[in-house]
Design a protein around this ligand. Structure first.
Ligand SMILES: [Zn+2]
Ligand SMILES: [Zn+2]
Length: 256
């Protein structure tokens, strides 16, 4: 079975955590060897880290998602200390989201800057979430020197031009189940054009289940549908997509 990696999931979220054993079995049955559990706030971070400590094939990140308002702002030094743990392989998810939240979002941009500084201080790559905010995301990445540490643009839904600019800053592009959706023509085009050695795959589970499970609860095992779709779009064997994205994952996150 081809060994895939789910580069972005939220196994600590209640709907998934309640069925963890079944989800881990599902990964095994579908050739998904590893998954990265991504932190969204510091309150829940200990549960994310505990998953990576308890399971040799799970890794974790530390960060505060841009959609979480009204909490104590994480500071770069604090994040860098939490990232010292050997099972914490990345900083994030962080970034900008002008779709979910409106108004004065200067706090979101400042939070993003703190994460980039933490990544540079700890030497661990960034997991970046960007929605309806591509120009500001790229600008802040450049201003803060994100290219010095690199990372991934997760759940990518932006244009080919944005993908190119991110790749020039040493970022990988990660495709989620959205690439399987019928109305995602522009994204399918990005998945066709991008070099295999810059690509990752993910589920972002519990959200965004790929076709044929669209609308249902997502899980790491379903990353195989993402890889299958990309292989079909490029007219290559899925094994090639699996091999490349898995190699890219371990090159980027230096996960052991
Ligand atoms: Zn995200
Ligand atoms: Zn996420």
């Amino acid at each position: 079975m081809d060994l895939l990696v789910d580069s972005h999931c939220h196994l600590d979220f209640p709907d998934l955590a309640a069925n963890l054993d079944a989800l881990l079995d599902g990964m095994k049955e579908n050739g998904v060897g590893h998954a990265l559990c991504v932190s969204v706030n510091l309150e829940d971070f200990p549960r994310v880290q505990a998953l990576a400590e308890a399971h040799a094939n799970l890794y974790a990140s530390v960060g505060v998602h841009p959609d979480y308002e009204n909490l104590a702002e994480p500071q770069a030094a604090q994040l860098a200390v939490l990232a010292r743990h050997p099972r914490i392989v990345a900083i994030g998810e962080t970034g900008l989201d002008y779709f979910r939240l409106k108004g004065d979002l200067e706090w979101q941009r400042e939070r993003f800057r703190q994460h980039i500084r933490a990544a540079r201080a700890s030497g661990k790559p960034l997991i970046i979430h960007t929605r309806a905010a591509a120009a500001d995301t790229l600008r802040i990445m450049a201003e803060e020197g994100a290219d010095g540490v690199g990372g991934v643009m997760h759940c990518f839904t932006e244009s080919w031009e944005v993908a190119q600019q991110a790749m020039e800053m040493n970022f990988y592009i990660s495709f989620s189940g959205i690439v399987t959706f019928r109305n995602a023509a522009a994204l399918k085009d990005v998945a066709r054009r991008i070099r295999l050695d810059r690509m990752l795959v993910e589920t972002d589970s519990p959200y965004l289940a790929p076709v044929p499970h669209r609308g249902k609860l997502n899980q790491p095992a379903y990353v195989r549908y993402v890889a299958q779709e990309i292989a079909a779009l490029r007219g290559i064997d899925m094994r090639e997509v699996a091999a490349a994205t898995t190699e890219n994952f371990f090159n980027l996150f230096k996960a052991a």
